[in-house]
Every structure is written in structure tokens, then in C-alpha cells.
Design a protein around this ligand. Sequence first.
Ligand code: GTP
Ligand code: IMP
Ligand code: MG
Length: 337
Amino acid sequence: MSCTIIVGGNFGDEGKGKIVSHVAHQDRPTIITRGGVGPNAGHTVMVGEKKFGVRMCPSGFVYPDARLMIGTGVLVDPRVFRHEIEVLGVEGRIFLDKRCAIIEESHIQEDKTNTHLSQKVGSTGTGCGPANRDRAMRVARLARDLPELQPYLVDVPLEVNTALDNGENVVIEGTQGFGISLYFGSYPFVTSKDTCAAQMAADNGVGPTRVDEVIVVFKAFPTRVGEGPFSTEMSSEKAHEKGIQEFGTVTGRERRIGTWDGEMARYAAMVNGCTQAAITGIDHVDPSCFGATKYSQLTKTAKDFLKQAEEDIGAPVTLISTGPELTQIIDIRDEYE
Ligand code: GTP
Ligand code: IMP
Ligand code: MG
């Protein structure tokens, strides 16, 4: 029985979607529930040749035996929610907390046209900042106010804590990443909420004493979308040369790419209370590791990189992702139990 939180240690887009999906298939949780800001997140999950992009639904949806939930603290865009239910075929097993605040069309317009948000911060234009403001002002509508959402409403904290009382596994899925936390990130170039493990627990009404594992996901070559400082950033030409350029799931913007930042990794691990780390994109460190599923298949270059990363993070690296597909992963969590 355990409660596992999965969060991002860089600037978002670390590949949390893939890690959550893998952990779900291994640990068989009865609930996978989302924390984080809202539909500004874009998780990618690749199963075989099929690629799914999700913004509201927990990316653990590819594991069919869990109930899927959206925590109390998360902003809900009803249009995106309904669209994903249809496209992903998750009707009947997806629920949201009755107190989730709603993103209105006007929030989206404001996010896209406000110069500070759209140009200085480089927001995703999904209405999250203005909706969180209205929530703090106590004028936002909540999910319970919308007739169309009634069939999906539950008390997420009650569901999650009851599952834990019954000895079931629960996965709490974070979005965004440490560097864009409203509190700990590079303010003002940040999102509209904290992005750390404690926030993900709070978003779901889970107290700190109930959390067993915090898996922080780092990217071998961190990326950043939008504005803001990025100390290890490389030029776009260099990223293209290395063949590691990436584009955003939500906005399609080209992601800025950098090299490993040990100092940031250590600080992110500290604030998150990291018990284990996941590293994605090891195939970018050494392309010959692409698709490896066993630690012994990794090259010296990759192993040296992981050793340094583990030293920086100060916690064991137990999940090593070797490509975008769900099964391209090395899972050595057993060795640390
Ligand atoms: P946010 O919630 O928006 O922070 O996103 P996320 O952490 O779920 O990550 P996202 O899916 O936006 O971006 C990660 C990208 O890397 C996706 O395109 C994944 O398919 C891809 N990816 C994940 N793991 C690996 C890996 O090990 N190697 C490679 N080459 N790509 C990977
Ligand atoms: P907002 O959250 O849309 O207001 O955007 C604020 C900043 O956070 C911008 O720099 C966005 O690019 C960034 N951001 C928000 N959500 C994500 C995410 O899920 N992945 C990566 N960057 C994000
Ligand atoms: Mg993303």
C-alpha cells in the first residue's frame, strides 16, 4: 500500500506523463489523481505507435484499471475536459472534485491578450493565471455550479484517503516543474501556483503524513518553454545539430533546450522531499541506449551521467527512460526497497 507523488524537477515537460503511465502499470493503483495548475499542462504518452496528448485528464489513463480524478486545487476547463473524455474513451471512470474552479472563455481571452501574461511571462494562453486570480478573489465559479459537470463530481480527498485506508495504491500526478513554481521558480517567469510535491498533495486533500514516495522526474537535457532565465541553455542551432529539439504539446512552441544543471537538481530534490528520481531522455545522452530496458544495456557514457546525476540529486535514480514509448524504460525501484 502506498501513496506516490510524481513531480517535475526542471521547467516542466520532463516526461512525467510517461513515468506516471509506467508506474501505474507496475504498481496497479486504484486511483490516479491529478494535481497542478490546470490545462496549461500537456502530457504526452506513447503506447506502441499511438501518441496521446492530454491536458486535463491524468496521463495515467492508459492504465485501464484505475479510477481517474482531478484534485480540488486544479483548474478545470469544461471544454477541454469533455473533449478528452470523448477522445480518450474514459467516460465512466473519470471524476473531478466538486470544488475545482472553472476556467471561463473570458479567462482564456485575457490570458492571450494581456501583454504582461502573453508577452512578458510567455503564458500558455489557456486562461490559468486569470482563473487562479479569480479563485483568490473568491469570484470564480466552481465545478459544482455547472449542471453539465454534475455526473462527474466527487469528493476527491475523501475518495483518495479512503483508498489509502483500505490499503490500496494511489498515484498523485503532478504537472509543470520546479523551475516554474510560483514560490520557488524564477519569478515572475513562472506559472500561477506552486508546482512541488507538497502542493500536489494539498491539491488532492492528502496530508503530508500520508505520502510514502516522492518521485522527482528530471530530464537529461532540461527544456523550458516561454520566457525566463535558463542558466544552462544551449543555442537552438546546437540543439538541432544534436537532433534533440522539441515542440510543446499545448502551444506547439519550440522548447528551449539546456544541459544538465546539478545545482538546480539538488535544490529541487530538497524542496520536493525527493525519495527517488526518474531521469528521462537518456537516449539523448547516448543514442545507442535508445530503447534499453535493462541497466546492463547502458553504455559507460550513460552510466557516468547517471552517477553524476544521482550525486547531484542526493537520492537514488530508480527509473531511467530510454525513449518516448511506454516500454522504453529501466525500472530498478526493487533494488532500493
Ligand atoms: P507537463 O505536465 O507539461 O510538464 O509535461 P510532461 O512532463 O508530461 O512532458 P511532455 O509530455 O510535455 O514532454 C516530454 C516529451 O519527451 C514528450 O514528447 C515525450 O514523448 C518525450 N519523452 C519522454 N521520455 C523520453 C525519453 O526517455 N526519451 C525521449 N527521446 N523522449 C522522451
Ligand atoms: P501559464 O501557466 O500558462 O500562466 O504560463 C506561465 C509560464 O509557465 C510560461 O512560461 C509557460 O510556458 C510555463 N508553463 C505552464 N505550464 C507548463 C507546462 O505544463 N510545461 C511547461 N511549461 C509550462
Ligand atoms: Mg508538457
